[in-house]
Design a binder for this molecule. Structure first.
Ligand SMILES: [Fe+2]
Length: 254
């Protein structure tokens, strides 16, 4: 698979995201299927449904065995893809590039018809790549957990404190209500994007305010999400948040 990295970056810059073809073969796809059946599905019975009828859980990196996304992460294609995108964005990588992989399972099981979308946020990592593992086909708009995107509305913060100040002002109830205004949506190039089978969905998670539409009608989606390059990796706040998130994941699987 030969990617045109410049074209990918200009698409992400102009349209807010880019969908590219997968680079792995059918053998890896079969491994992903096996991983879903043998490693992810058995975890379902360890989890519970929340008051809205949703079942959500996730596992990250080495928290699950036989994860085929580990070899995808270490493959030459993937490493070339991410380093070239970062290079074009003038990001110099001195040490080993930090990549955080999350496998997220979301399903609506009781049709309570309560529309709960995931909260809008900026990622800690610059680049986000989503690969679908399994999902409901042909869902009605607003009911299948599609990605909601206000692309590239902030730049890199000069330090962690400044980063969290922006997060504090934007990741709250009032701001989330204001930004749903139709005029602001148009002005900020608001998008709803669906992941596609056999495609990688790429966007700048750090710069883009994003969340997910609700999952309703017994729909489900299982995604592998790569987060790449945390500019504030060594900050105390980031380390604390990572620990807290790991505990949240662990507590959902009891
Ligand atoms: Fe995110």
């Amino acid at each position: 698979m030969d990617y045109n990295y410049k074209e990918i970056c200009s698409k992400i810059e102009n349209e807010g995201y880019c969908l590219i073809d997968k680079f792995w073969d059918d053998t890896t796809d079969a491994e992903i299927d096996k991983f879903y059946e043998n490693s992810l599905k058995p975890l379902i019975k360890k989890t519970s449904i929340d008051k809205f009828g949703n079942r959500n859980f996730s596992v990250a990196d080495d928290e699950i065995k036989n994860n085929p996304f580990k070899s995808i992460k270490n493959s030459e294609h993937f490493q070339n893809l991410i380093t070239n995108i970062l290079k074009i964005n003038n990001i110099k990588i001195s040490k080993k590039l930090d990549i955080h992989n999350i496998i997220a399972f979301q399903k609506n099981e009781l049709n309570k018809n309560i529309n709960i979308s995931s909260n809008l946020h900026f990622d800690a990592f610059y680049l986000t790549i989503i690969i679908p593992i399994k999902k409901t086909k042909n869902t009605l708009p607003g009911r299948g957990g599609s990605l909601i995107l206000y692309p590239n509305i902030r730049g890199l913060a000069s330090n962690s404190i400044f980063n969290y100040t922006i997060k504090l002002f934007t990741q709250n109830f009032i701001f989330r209500k204001i930004i749903r205004n139709q005029f602001l949506k148009k002005y900020l190039n608001y998008k709803v994007v669906s992941s596609k089978e056999k495609k990688l969905l790429i966007f700048y998670g750090y710069k883009s305010l994003h969340g997910n539409e609700a999952i309703l009608d017994k729909n489900y989606k299982v995604h592998s999400i790569f987060h790449i390059y945390n500019p504030h990796k060594d900050s105390i706040i980031d380390k604390w948040i990572f620990k807290r998130n790991a505990n949240i994941r662990k507590n959902k699987l009891i």
